[in-house]
Design a protein around this ligand. Structure first.
Ligand code: ADP
Length: 493
């Protein structure tokens, strides 16, 4: 198979800039696709953290945005994650300080309001991809463009509507990491995007009288993927389609669900440099040390017999954290402890903080985003709570599995695809890996917590479920093969 030149386009990339799972995937995919025979480069917005992390940067060209500003594209290398075999990632970065060099969140101001010019910021990214596909870098042009989430979606419209009349058919793949975030903008801003009027219609990026970047991705992509098979089915229904289910049903022949994988150079309890003691599925002694250190670090009572339930999450409605709040007494009644690391909605932050004050030594909360603390949490945790209302894939339940912390999840999206509920049959045939509950109700969640507590009181069964979870294969090989099969089919139609 000849090497394919693929441009990956995303707003975030681990380890430089991460607000959620998108960054983990964007960071791991280049190496995984490289191993599968692709020549991958990434294109990113020039956020401060990305500019700061770009090595050997050289300008390779510039172009003018529709509103008249010139922007420059840099080429350089991103640091590879620590892995002796890993090559640095070749990156293009859109260097536009007036658009991207702002402190704090990449998408919102200090009051958590989306920036008023987000349409311009991510249109600029889209045009940069289109220019690269049309020879901005004389030494390398992609044969295929792969965009991730709405920030990257306008690239697909820019490629289809490339203005010089010599439209080059560069095949495009678009991956939905979360359909809830759509990039909707007032129709009056359409003139800023630099697209012809023909793009603003139902067969294009018009969505109920607004501009939808997400719809641009879904409409113009040659192939659409999302991050789990179950989510690929769910987004075709009115309940989870966010108004785009009709388009997704119409395109179901081009839509597939590819389960996210995990970068073993980053998430592996046998090698993880950020945890107190190492362990693996056959040598679990170190996990007790991690748990004691975690309890001490968070002001929880140091008690190896108390099942430690943990949450590492954005604090948003999606993640089912109201269930966690409502069920705190259930955990405590069963002798358990709760630790939450998260940031997001003020009301949730406040409610968890109050719960920690009320239950000193049994409930602990750390507000904020802390990558290394997250590693220590998974290493010391007994149960990883992910009771989401919806969940495209979810990574924390997978980190829980790999770190010997049983996931307690709702049967939705990628959670349903990654965790096997411990019932009599799955306990008997040793396929159980966690606790799964069906409906998004307090009663069902509480029952799941009670089941987790009961299982914890059966140490042999618990140990077996934990070991089965730790042995699951979430490596990138299968996912990378799936993506490259899609790429290949587009290259030789
Ligand atoms: P989403 O992308 O919807 O936020 P995922 O489970 O796919 O959910 O990915 C979340 C990623 O962000 C995981 O790597 C998780 O460990 C990390 N994460 C979420 N919140 C925090 C936090 N407060 N501190 C550190 N890491 C976090």
């Amino acid at each position: 198979m000849p090497t394919m030149r693929v441009l990956q386009l995303s707003a975030e990339i681990f380890p430089l800039l991460k607000t959620g799972g998108l960054a983990d995937i964007a960071g791991a995919l280049p190496a995984a696709l490289g191993a599968a025979g692709c020549d991958v480069r990434v294109l990113l917005p020039g956020f401060p953290a990305i500019i700061a992390g770009l090595h050997d940067a050289v300008p390779i060209g510039q172009f003018t945005m529709p509103w008249g500003h010139p922007v420059q594209v840099l080429a350089g290398n991103l640091p590879a994650v620590p892995d002796a075999a890993r090559q640095p990632i070749h990156a293009y970065v859109l260097h536009a300080p007036d658009l991207f060099e702002r402190p704090g969140s990449p998408y919102e101001d200090a009051q958590r309001r989306p920036y008023a010019d987000n349409h311009r910021r991510f249109a600029a990214l889209g045009w940069a991809a289109a220019h690269l596909a049309h020879g901005l870098d004389a030494t390398w042009a992609p044969q295929l463009v792969h965009g991730h989430d709405w920030h990257a979606a306008l690239a697909l419209a820019c490629l289809r509507h490339w203005p010089d009349g010599r439209v080059k058919r560069v095949p495009c793949v678009y991956t939905v990491h979360n359909l809830a975030y759509q990039g909707l903008f007032d129709a009056r801003l359409f003139g800023d995007l630099g697209l012809p009027a023909a793009a603003y219609q139902v067969d294009g990026l018009e969505f109920h009288g607004q501009i939808s970047f997400m719809k641009a991705g879904l409409f113009y992509a040659d192939k659409i993927t999302t991050v789990s098979p179950t989510y690929a089915r769910e987004i075709q229904t009115p309940e989870q389609g966010f108004g785009l289910d009709g388009l997704l049903r119409a395109r179901h022949g081009d839509l597939s669900g590819i389960l996210n994988a995990v970068d073993a150079a980053v998430w592996n309890p046998a090698l993880d440099p950020h945890i107190t003691k190492h362990f693996d599925a056959d040598h679990l002694a170190g996990k007790a040390g991690c748990k004691a250190a975690l309890q001490q670090e968070c002001g929880l009572k140091i008690d190896k017999g108390a099942p430690l339930f943990t949450v590492v999450s954005r604090l948003t409605e999606q993640k089912g954290l109201n269930l966690v709040l409502a069920g705190i007494d259930e955990i405590l009644r069963g002798g358990g402890q709760l630790l939450v690391l998260g940031s997001g909605e003020h009301a949730l932050e406040q409610a968890f903080t109050e719960a920690a004050h009320r239950h000193d030594g049994q409930v602990a909360v750390r507000l904020g985003y802390d990558e290394l603390f997250a590693h220590r949490i998974f290493s010391g945790s007994d149960v990883t709570l992910v009771p989401s209302r919806f969940e495209p894939c979810g990574l924390t339940q997978i980190y829980g599995l790999l770190y010997g912390s049983l996931p307690l999840v709702r049967a939705v999206g990628g959670l349903a695809d990654t965790v096997v509920d411990a019932d009599l049959a799955t306990l008997a045939d040793h396929t159980a890996t966690g606790i799964v509950f069906a409906s998004f109700t307090e009663a069902d969640y509480r029952h799941a917590v009670r089941r987790a507590l009961a299982l914890y009181r059966q140490p042999r069964a618990w140990a077996r479920v934990r070991q089965t979870g730790m042995r699951q294969d979430f490596s990138w090989t299968q996912a990378a093969t799936h993506y490259t099969t899609i790429y290949q089919a587009l290259m030789d139609p």
